[in-house]
Design a protein around this ligand. Structure first.
Ligand SMILES: [Ca+2]
Length: 284
């Protein structure tokens, strides 16, 4: 209880005095040097909540991107799938494109003037004009579509396995793949993605864990345990799993949400933990 109280107290202090200072403070814990071992070790992280924002509790979040002060969000489920722009501070949907009922939308990424959106099992993605949300074309890929991100050059796609694909954003050809490994074991069910400071962040389906991946090798270099991000009173009967990572590079803010997470969209910074998370085996 003492530890929990300290954590709560610290979080409340941070929320009470929101400023950029909190975000620059996060940078100390984000520089990870992978030891030169045959099996790379990962650094374990816990988190601190910096601020929280309203989030549409009906949004079955499958993709989340921070862009120009707001979010681009892709929501899933057949008949409820959308591409939307959401106001950061209020959670209000500013504009929205409805995806036809036969599609279960998945991850989304913004590259240049385009928004790319995956579908789960239709082997089909959509390209939208960012300015108008007008759908311009479709593209095809093998396997399932789960998470999508970009490093500014390629589209980075997860499909529920431990393999991540890099796609050419013009031709959608697979440029290369990486197998995501932690301590020599594959990390399966990689879901929503974000490219942050030269690493790929991926949340692992049905867990509160986000892994930080070396995009060159696939090695997991960091493991963040976001357990407890939602308070018990935040849960409703249909609240689903953590799924949604967005990053504001200008102010070094990390945003985390989940499927139908009610009311709250947290921003958080991470700091090294003394020990691996208790649920580490859930991701292997
Ligand atoms: Ca994302």
């Amino acid at each position: 209880m003492l530890l929990n109280f300290r954590k709560l107290f610290r979080a409340s202090v941070l929320v009470a005095g929101v400023s950029l200072a909190f975000f620059t403070g996060c940078q100390k814990s984000t520089n990870v040097s992978a030891p030169a071992l045959a099996v790379p070790a990962a650094t374990y992280y816990t988190y601190e909540v910096v601020n929280s924002y309203p989030h549409d509790p009906e949004a079955f979040t499958q993709g989340l991107v921070f862009l120009n002060g707001n979010f681009i969000e892709s929501t899933g489920l057949n008949g409820q799938s959308t591409l939307r722009e959401v106001e950061l501070t209020t959670g209000k949907v500013l504009r929205e494109d409805t995806v036809p009922q036969e599609y279960f939308a998945e991850g989304a990424a913004v590259l240049g003037s385009k928004v790319y959106q995956l579908t789960w099992q239709n082997h089909k993605g959509f390209v939208y004009d960012l300015a108008t949300f007008k759908q311009e074309k479709e593209f095809a890929y093998d396997g399932e579509g789960w998470g999508l991100a970009t490093d500014g050059h390629s589209l980075i796609l997860s499909d529920g396995t431990s393999t991540i694909r890099f796609l050419d954003p013009q031709t959608f050809a697979v440029q290369r793949t990486i197998d995501v490994m932690l301590k020599g074991a594959p990390v399966k069910e990689l879901n929503e993605l974000e490219y942050i400071k030269g690493e790929i962040y991926a949340n692992v389906w049905q867990t509160n864990i986000v892994v930080r991946i070396d995009p060159a090798t696939g090695d997991v270099v960091g493991v963040i345990d976001f357990s407890g991000l939602l308070a018990p009173q935040d849960y409703q009967p249909d609240t689903d799993v953590l799924n949604g990572i967005a990053y504001d590079a200008a102010t070094d803010r990390l945003f985390i949400t989940g499927k139908r997470w009610p009311k709250i969209l947290k921003s958080a910074c991470t700091r090294p933990a003394r020990r691996p998370p208790q649920n580490l085996n859930d991701i292997l």
